[in-house]
Design a protein around this ligand. Sequence first.
Ligand SMILES: C[S@@+](CC[C@H](N)C(=O)[O-])C[C@H]1O[C@@H](n2cnc3c(N)ncnc32)[C@H](O)[C@@H]1O
Length: 216
Amino acid sequence: MRLDVFTLVPAAFEWVRERRPVAAVLGTELDLRVFNYRDTTPLGAGQVDDEPYGGGPGMVLRVDVVAAALDAAYGPAPTHRIVALTPQGRQLDQELVEELATEPDLTLLSARFEGFDQRILDHLATDLVSIGPYVLSGGEIPALAVLDAVARRLPGALTEGSGEVESFSAALDGGLEYPHYTRPAQFRGWAVPEILLSGDHGRIDSWRREQVKSLT
Ligand SMILES: C[S@@+](CC[C@H](N)C(=O)[O-])C[C@H]1O[C@@H](n2cnc3c(N)ncnc32)[C@H](O)[C@@H]1O
């Protein structure tokens, strides 16, 4: 997959390159490119935003600036999915992550300030995605959330098997994962459930299935 992020804060995407899951697939399953709107803005002095028509506080990311950034990267008619991160979008869930992870090319657009000029959402983006019903100061954290969730679905991102049985997976019928415990078996009087120490894998499996049911 080639995943492109457009942002005003390219530095936000540096550390992920060195950490799993992104680090594990970079250069093989994942080509990650980060573009700064300021590098291709047609306006002077690196300007990317402007005051809202109709008045009001804050600055709005300009449509000509985002169009110039997309043109420079893809030419005038990109054919792949261009996802704008916005609180007005479809809420990100595992189903959407699995869908996005199958795309050969994917673009994420982030904004700051008051957000995007509506024409970016109407005409330049193919999808609008929100990471939840709350407002963050910029699209970088939402873009990182999408990047991480998508990258861990790519082949080789995780250690063998660890992505198969987890919350929202088909293996758990879309439910929440059962609790995990590790050593010590006793800590401050908090005991690990006896059944997990029993070595009886049939009973452990049933206990875990019960936990999934009650948590979900
Ligand atoms: C301060 S927010 C703009 C909020 C906008 N004025 C509103 O009231 O809906 C700036 C940018 O952060 C990103 N952002 C903030 N919250 C988000 C969320 N929950 N999901 C996705 N992107 C978000 C978007 O790119 C947004 O345009």
